[in-house]
Design a protein around this ligand. Structure first.
Ligand SMILES: [Zn+2]
Length: 311
């Protein structure tokens, strides 16, 4: 019975972020999903299918901010949180490690929430640490559940069996990505013919492997330059800003969320990375939300962006 009670709790959670009832596919989808959960609680089910990771005291796998935002844009933050389900016992790490950049993108959630308000767009934030499962990697990739991150071994990620891995995929990774799909679909359907844009907000550590990264922010893209091109152009007008084009990472190598929800669907998309030392306090997050929000608002005024194009 505890599992059934949890399913009802999560339905209430889902019901809190959107219009209730029949014309809201998100609610229907999650209802169906949670019925599966209940069904899987059947003792006859194989043990590996029984949900066992998230407890009633754990945070939800995602949060949607400003779900009714009117702008044809969905913001996402893959690495918003450093939370770890209680059952994973901090992955065997100290709190010091869990507050480092290896666990999350420091400051990114604060910038994302502010952008959602500034641009009147919904934002989907992942609820768990990238060390639980990295939602910007395909499941199965060696970096999906990292055993080693920037010199730190993660004891709770060692030698996991398939059931442990699948629990993280099914209870964290997919709910988050399904929420992104649902928000994009909702905006697409109600967008008066405009295909929504998708923007991911990340932050990066100032020093990696002894290299001091000079960029204040980076614009990451793969094949679709519709947003990246104008963003880079506008940022480069400011001589004070050091802007990376596919730095400190390349959108051609890392970009599961962008490629899956943006590229594959033909939606205009881009990933923005901001250096973490610029986001360590409220003033910094406010400042960078203002800088980024101003440039994004100008770029997103171009009505020709909002159409499906494949590259
Ligand atoms: Zn990130």
């Amino acid at each position: 019975m505890p599992r059934i009670r949890r399913a009802l709790t999560e339905l209430q959670y889902v019901g809190n972020f959107g219009p209730p009832a029949a014309d809201f596919p998100t609610a229907r989808f999650f209802s169906s999903s949670k019925l599966d959960y209940v069904a899987m609680n059947d003792p006859a089910s194989p043990p590996s299918l029984v949900p066992r990771l998230l407890g009633s005291e754990d945070p939800p796998p995602f949060t949607v901010v400003n779900p009714d935002g009117q702008f044809p844009l969905v913001l996402v933050c893959d690495h918003a949180s450093n939370a770890v389900p209680a059952a994973l016992k901090q992955l065997g790490l100290g709190l010091g490690e869990l507050t480092r950049h290896i666990a999350w993108d420091i400051g990114a959630a604060g910038v994302t929430r502010r952008l959602a308000a500034r641009l009147d767009a919904p934002a989907v934030l992942c609820g768990y640490s990238r060390l639980v499962i990295d939602c910007n990697r395909p499941p199965g990739d060696p970096t999906s559940i990292a055993e080693l991150s920037d010199g730190t071994f993660v004891p709770g990620n060692r030698a996991l069996d398939d059931a442990a891995v699948e629990a993280r995929v099914n209870e964290v990774f997919w709910p988050y990505h399904q929420a992104i799909t649902q928000m994009l679909a909702q905006h697409w359907r109600h967008g008066h013919g405009r295909a929504p844009a998708l923007i991911a907000i990340h932050s990066f550590t100032p020093t990696m492997n002894g290299f001091r990264r000079p960029w204040h922010l980076g614009v990451l893209w793969n094949r679709d330059s519709r947003l990246a091109g104008p963003l880079l152009g506008r940022f480069r007008v400011d001589p004070e800003l050091c802007v990376g084009d596919n730095e400190p990472y390349s959108g051609r190598e890392v970009g599961f969320t962008m490629d899956t929800h943006g590229g594959a669907a033909g939606l205009p998309h881009v990933e923005v990375e901001i250096r973490q030392d610029l986001l360590i306090d409220e003033a910094g997050r406010e400042r960078w939300a203002a800088i980024l929000g101003g440039v994004l608002a100008a770029v997103l005024r171009d009505e020709t962006l909002y159409e499906v194009k494949h590259y």
